[in-house]
Design a protein around this ligand. Structure first.
Ligand code: PMP
Length: 322
């Protein structure tokens, strides 16, 4: 047990340094900057990850865990449902490790993310318009075939484990001395980032941390079961993920952000701060400020800049009047 713990700790420490020279692009995942955006708002810039998003860590962690447990073997095919970023991350990992990759994706999401996965050599299987849950069922079905592996990001507790043990520990190591993070806010796709990082902060940083789940005002699924079109891609995929459902009691409150605010905020971040990010990052930044405004006892908030604006060129950066 002690040995296993020591081995585990070593792995976690290893994750926090990027080898130089790196032997694989996968060694360059993680170790992202923590940005002090001023006024007590700290943002983990996850768009720095190879493949451009917060999902690279989870994808690497899940694939290496599946390899270690003998669920994924050389020559196998990885299959996963995604609204885009997990597909990009897994496609990169499959390419670097020599697996075949099938991305099951609803149609309707930003075309850039389909093209990025294709660029990494993945096969894309499109299902119904914005139907992530349909994609999820199809990926799980395909993953049951011999020679296939489906990480099942919406259901798999390894997603939470990665965010607690890797992203969570990394953030804690970066919080400046003397700063106490009072709240965390993150848009919920699978819920893995929010729940895993919140568990880490609660356990090792501030036991009283307030945990805010963010979702679009147009599609308030988590507590109100409303599913509707919105423009904050990567979150609120039309159903309550198993992970979120399982850890519901760890959430303090749900905060909603209008799609248009998310987009305007991302545009503003690009123009005024030089942060070229996607809409969920804009929504997170707005929500972090709103949380502080509503409750002045909250001094410091942690949030995430989840992906790069390049993934939305055709959606929100084509005609911004810039
Ligand atoms: N923002 C973006 C752009 C994403 O792609 C995702 C993941 N789908 C999230 C936020 C939410 O992350 P999680 O799945 O860990 O809830």
């Amino acid at each position: 047990m002690q040995q296993a713990q020591a081995k585990n700790n070593k792995t976690m420490t290893d994750h926090m340094t990027t080898p130089c020279p790196a032997k694989s692009i996968l060694d360059c995942i993680g170790n992202t900057p923590l940005l002090d955006l001023g006024d007590g708002i700290y943002a983990k810039a996850e768009y720095f990850n190879p493949s451009g998003s917060i999902k690279a860590r989870m994808a690497k962690f899940m694939i290496e865990k599946a390899e270690a447990e003998g669920l994924l073997k050389p020559g196998d095919t990885i299959v996963e449902a995604t609204s885009g970023n997990t597909g990009n991350a897994l496609s990169m990992i499959a390419a670097a490790k020599g697996y075949k990759m099938i991305v099951v994706m609803p149609d309707g999401y930003s075309n850039e993310r389909v093209r990025i996965s294709r660029g990494f050599g993945a096969e894309i299987k499109l299902v119904g318009h914005f139907q992530v849950n349909e994609a999820r069922a199809e990926a799980i079905r395909l993953g049951q075939q011999p020679g296939f592996y489906c990480p099942a990001q919406f259901d798999n507790e390894w997603n939470v484990e990665e965010n607690r043990e890797w992203l969570g520990r990394e953030v804690i190591a970066q919080i400046p001395a003397g700063v106490k993070i009072d709240a965390i806010v993150q848009g919920v796709g699978t819920g893995g980032t929010l729940i895993g990082v919140a568990q880490a902060l609660r356990q090792w940083h501030n036991p009283d941390i307030k945990v805010f789940a963010m979702e679009p005002s147009e599609s308030q699924t988590l507590e109100c079961c409303i599913v509707a079109d919105h423009k904050i891609e990567g979150i609120s995929d039309g159903f309550v993920p198993t992970i979120y459902d399982r850890h519901r009691d760890e959430i303090t409150e749900v905060i909603c952000v209008d799609s248009q605010i998310a987009i305007d905020e991302a545009h503003r971040m690009a123009r005024e701060m030089g942060q070229f990010v996607g809409p969920s990052s804009g929504a997170n930044y707005w929500a972090a400020r709103e949380i502080k405004r509503r409750d002045p006892s909250i001094k410091n908030v942690l949030t995430f800049l989840c992906d790069r604006g390049e993934k939305y060129l055709s959606l929100m950066y084509q005609d911004t009047g810039a």
